[in-house]
Design a protein around this ligand. Structure first.
Ligand SMILES: [Zn+2]
Ligand SMILES: [Zn+2]
Length: 334
């Protein structure tokens, strides 16, 4: 493969893709080995407003100086995929691989080095979500982009290499396996029942009320019946919608409220756990997905380590029943 550049290889047996990304090896880590993630020195932080020269997008007041912003997007210095790619080298005809085209951006959630997202105001979280929305729309305007994933790794145990609050966006040249699976299953249900699976699941949950953690007029937070991980949380619109990037400002506010409640509850109940967060939204060009795809945000606290059972069988062992997790989280007073 081209030296230093990514390649996306197909795993035939598992029907999935792997991004081989040698550039990622050079990535620095600002977490010191001894301290966990607390007290990381802002003077060594690459995301401090004054240290940042590159800018893909920024949210700032009118007339503000370049280093005054509320949310800023920069290119990832150690990208998993690149916009400029080199053609694949020939010689491995047995396998399928495509060149590592894509876009990998970092969203700096706040100029404040020490401000956790769970401590944001609703307005600050709405700003952040609006930046996700803007960048998603923009990245999808490139026809080569087939899927955009927005995600967040909070703390080193969840894969973060920089302490300063940040999220990531990755534009992919194909629809990832996890999304293809969700599309297939949702479409199957729609063809059989004539309704959206997640609309039905949510109305069952809101009736049953065993796993609901929080709801406002437009969004609900619940622990899925089939959660793979302890305290897994889903934040989902109560109205049918397949595309996060089409949310209007009013809904963004409802989402900010629900997401903030979910993060605050996790923070209090589990003493500031590491977590991953991602948005599953429909690929825009997927035929009829507006009928059966329902977008959602998943928050997965990283409390357990996956071992051979999970890798070897695909079976996950979740030691905390989602009903119990939901009860614990609902009882957290904010
Ligand atoms: Zn910082
Ligand atoms: Zn739906």
């Amino acid at each position: 493969m081209s030296k230093g550049r990514s390649e996306i290889r197909y795993n035939y047996l598992l029907d999935t893709w792997v991004i081989v990304a040698p550039e990622r090896q050079n990535r620095p880590h600002d977490f010191s080995q001894s301290s966990q993630s607390e007290n990381v020195d802002p003077s060594r932080c690459p995301f401090e407003p004054k240290a940042l020269s590159q800018e893909v997008f920024a949210l700032r007041e009118e007339g503000a100086k370049p280093d005054e912003w509320r949310v800023k997007v920069i290119p990832n210095k150690y990208p998993v995929l690149r916009k400029e790619t080199l053609p694949l080298e020939k010689g491995e005809d047995f396998y399928s691989a495509i060149e590592g085209f894509g876009v990998h951006e970092v969203v700096i959630d706040t100029p404040d080095h020490f401000k956790r997202v769970s401590d944001f105001s609703i307005g600050e979280l709405k700003d952040l979500l609006s930046v996700y929305r803007e960048r998603m729309r923009e990245l999808y305007s490139d026809r080569r982009v087939k899927y955009v994933l927005v995600f967040k790794n909070y703390k080193r145990e969840a894969g973060a290499s920089i302490f300063h609050p940040h999220s990531q966006m990755i534009a992919l040249p194909l629809v990832p396996t996890a999304i293809r699976k969700v599309i297939e299953q949702s479409r199957k249900y729609y063809l059989k029942v004539g309704r959206c699976y997640l609309c039905d699941e949510l109305s069952f949950e809101l009736k049953e009320r065993k796993r609901v953690v929080y709801e406002n007029t437009s969004f609900a937070v619940y622990c899925p019946f089939y959660s793979l991980f302890p305290f897994e949380l889903r934040v989902m619109p109560k109205f049918h919608s397949c595309d996060f990037s089409k949310l209007n400002d009013e809904h963004l506010e409802g989402l900010a409220d629900a997401l903030l409640k979910a993060l605050k509850k996790l923070y209090r109940a589990l003493d500031d756990p590491p977590y991953n967060l991602y948005i599953h939204s429909s690929p825009p060009l997927f035929p009829q997905s507006e009928l059966f795809f329902h977008w959602y945000i998943e928050i997965v606290p990283r409390l357990t380590v996956q071992g051979g059972l999970e890798l070897g069988s695909g079976f996950y062992v979740n030691p905390v029943p989602p009903e119990r997790a939901a009860t614990t989280l609902s009882e957290v007073k904010l």
